[in-house]
Design a protein. Structure first.
Length: 485
């Protein structure tokens, strides 16, 4: 599908709600508009998914056939990589190189989970039970069977639309589920092309159903629907909590990949050039619109001034721009709403008396651009800028003296998604790996990813894991079966 065909198809999608504009964040110009799908469309999509699941048209086919379809879908994404990169750049404002890099990982989700289709096995047990109500039987055989959840709701955010879609759709299909998929209303374009390719790959009609609308309408209808047995959501902690409330009435199961306020610890013995560069990119890439972005940096006091100056210098020299801006390295924020949110935190920080070392202002041009911002002098006990997830290119930097102080400061947060430590002392590094209270810890590395390695956080950063075997297990139920011999 050509770029204009995708835009036209989105505009023609049926809906009963209000008209939602799609805005290019690099130019503030409207790309297209569509109608909010609304609860009625969700009901229809759930009904299609339920009928498809109950018919067995996908669940009951041999696992090797599902694997072939998933592999074919991965190949189709590769074949349309250029179109996907253009859509992601246009929709989310990504520089082309960033969009191309992200799209290159998306096809592999389907090939990776295609491999799991034929390897979903239960466990056989040697039963040790004696006596009790079954004392007339001397021998038992017990085993478990893995079964897909029926209809699952998949809801993903705007900061990496195609990546997050594939991270959910691939394991759900591999497990044998039917699904209702809701992209973020800000960035729906790549969903239109993905939906088309899912059909081309051979996924039967009704198995994967996309609805596009607001979270408060279409999203809420999915999470509260009695026929949706499982919800997988990536987004803010605030919305994740609301999803749990919506799901509570029917005890729908949830996997939640939520927010972060990730710490980065830099020691005096670290490779400082590398640590400064990666800490900078770890918060400024995609204008800080990433759940794992390292927004709190803690630096050993003897090198504190050097690190602050180094991160500020990199932030000052990064080229901000959209897909059409030559040499652009950093994208705009996704919307006016997000820009207002980030600038609100910066202004609140100024009122609290923090020091803005660099940045802290909106660029004087079209587009939702905020200059990378380095902040010092925050009060960890009271500063909202320090404590709350901003989801923007804003980093706070504080000094520390020893391991205990660094760990205490890093762990003093309601979040627990990611953490990073930079030190050449390997004993210290591995001890920090144990002590840092986060679901993912990088030792002398940052922004790392592999399809095979579980991804997810502690505390208010979420429930459950994505990627790897745990990613497909999230879409499977375990049944225990007993047989008297």
């Amino acid at each position: 599908m050509a770029l204009q065909s995708v835009i036209d198809d989105l505009a023609k999608r049926p809906g009963t709600g209000e008209v939602i504009p799609v805005i290019d964040p690099a130019t503030e110009e409207q790309i297209t508009e569509f109608r909010d799908a609304g609860p009625e469309a969700v009901d229809a999509a759930v009904a299609r998914a339920k009928a498809a699941y109950q018919s067995g048209v996908w669940t009951d086919i041999p696992a090797r056939q599902r694997a072939k379809v998933l592999w074919r879908l991965g190949d189709l994404i590769d074949e349309h990589a250029k179109e996907f990169a253009e859509l992601e750049s246009l929709d989310a404002g990504m520089p082309p190189a960033q969009a191309e890099m992200i799209v290159s990982t998306c096809a592999e989700f389907f090939r990776y989970y295609a491999g799991w289709c034929t390897k979903l096995n239960g466990t056989s047990y040697q039963v040790q039970m004696e006596g009790g109500v079954n004392s007339t039987h001397a021998n038992f055989h017990a085993y478990t069977h893995k079964e897909p959840y029926g209809v699952v709701g998949l809801i993903y955010p705007w900061n990496g639309p195609l990546f997050n879609a594939c991270a959910k759709v691939a394991p759900a299909l591999a497990a044998g589920c039917s699904s209702v998929v809701k992209p973020a209303e800000e960035t729906p374009l790549s969903a239109v092309l993905l939906e088309n390719l899912i059909t081309q790959a051979g996924v039967p009609e009704g198995v994967t159903n996309f609805v596009i609308g607001y979270g408060a309408t279409a999203g809420a209808a999915i999470t509260a629907h009695p026929d949706v047995e499982k919800v997988a959501f990536t987004g803010s902690t605030e919305v994740g909590k609301q999803i749990m409330r919506n799901a509570a009435d029917h005890l729908n199961k949830v996997t939640l990949e939520l927010g972060g306020k990730s710490p980065v610890l830099i020691y005096s013995d670290a490779d400082l050039d590398m640590a400064i560069m990666m800490a900078s990119m770890g918060i400024f890439v995609h204008s800080g619109q990433g759940c794992v972005c390292g927004s709190r940096v803690f630096v050993q006091r003897s090198v504190y001034e050097r690190v602050v100056a180094g991160i500020a210098m990199i932030g000052d020299n990064l080229v901000l721009g959209g897909p059409q801006d030559e040499g652009a390295m950093i994208s705009p924020l996704v919307s006016q709403k997000q820009l207002d949110r980030v600038m609100g935190y910066i202004e609140q920080g100024r009122q609290d008396g923090v020091e803005i070392v660099s940045g802290g202002y909106r660029l004087d041009r079209k587009g939702y651009f905020i200059k990378p911002t380095v902040v010092t002098g925050v009060d960890p006990a009271t500063s909202r800028l320090y404590k709350e997830e901003i989801f923007g290119p804003v980093v706070t930097i504080l000094p520390f003296d020893d391991d205990d102080e660094a760990v205490a400061m890093a762990n003093d947060t309601s979040y627990g998604l990611a953490a990073t430590a930079w030190t050449t002392n390997l004993a210290r590094a591995h001890n920090l790996g144990k002590r840092l209270n986060a679901g993912m810890v990088g030792l002398n590395c940052q922004l790392t990813f592999d399809h095979n390695v579980p991804f997810g956080g502690y505390k208010q950063s979420g429930i459950g894991k994505e990627f790897g075997y745990e990613g497909i297990e999230a879409y499977l139920k375990t049944k225990s079966i007993w047989a008297a011999l």
